[in-house]
Design a protein around this ligand. Structure first.
Ligand code: PRP
Length: 214
């Protein structure tokens, strides 16, 4: 066994909607994350036999833990990667937690003189409207973004759409898809060199697990 193989690999997992799919994929790749952690409030899980440690992070913080090297790798949605723009390697498209980033409005939306866009993703939204040559005021919100056009805070929103249920239940429509989203495996740049063998072997196992799904 080489020195590299003995090092503990630290992984930042996203709490919430991605966690279940990500931990299923790890199990299919032979990494036995106990199923009971799906309902736990525990923030750190150690798997001594696999020489791995997992932290349960708020999804938006995963790239920060990885960039600072407190975890070697992490699982994060492409939406967060685009918004946070951190200095990390994107290693693998895991194909899980599929959804899309879209511009959304009320069905009777019309262009206005002072357009306002509410979003959890101000960088993504600003870049998109800049590319479109549209001047808009971007308003940052932290959740329940769909409320903004309903109560007149903004005339459009930029948000994630998964099943479309939130839009349907609130009478909103998708105008344009900006990009599609899946979860990605990311790595700290130094860890990728220092623990290359371990990270590469994990990538291979995850890729095999993904291939076995088709
Ligand atoms: C996300 C997103 C949409 C919704 C889309 O919100 O911001 O509101 O999910 O999913 P759907 O198309 O399946 O309805 P989230 O559940 O993260 O809650 P939030 O309102 O706190 O952002």
């Amino acid at each position: 066994m080489s020195g590299n193989e003995e090092q503990v690999l630290k992984v930042a997992m996203p709490k919430g909607r991605i966690y279940k799919q990500a931990s299923n994929l790890f199990r299919e790749a032979g990494i036995p994350i106990p199923i009971e952690y799906e309902d736990t409030r525990k923030l750190m899980i150690e798997l001594p036999d696999a020489k791995m440690e997992f932290i349960m992070a708020k999804p938006v913080d995963v790239p920060t833990y990885v960039e600072y090297g407190v975890t070697d790798i992490g699982i994060v949605g492409k939406d967060v990667l685009m918004e946070e723009n951190k200095d990390v390697y994107e290693l693998l498209d895991l194909g899980i937690a599929k959804c899309r980033m879209s511009v959304i409005a009320l069905p009777d939306w019309k262009p206005s003189i002072h357009p306002r866009v509410a979003t959890k993703y101000p960088n993504v939204a600003s870049a998109y409207f800049r590319e479109q040559g549209q001047q808009v005021e971007v308003i940052k919100l932290n959740g329940s973004i769909e409320l903004a056009p309903m109560i007149g805070l903004a005339d459009r929103i930029v948000d994630m759409v998964e099943t479309g249920q939130t839009l349907r239940e609130n009478g909103l429509v998708e105008q344009t898809e900006i990009f599609s989203i899946t979860s990605r495996l990311i790595a700290n740049r130094v860890s990728y060199r220092m623990k290359n063998e371990r990270i590469q072997s994990l990538c291979d196992r995850l890729q095999e697990a993904l291939a076995a799904r088709v």
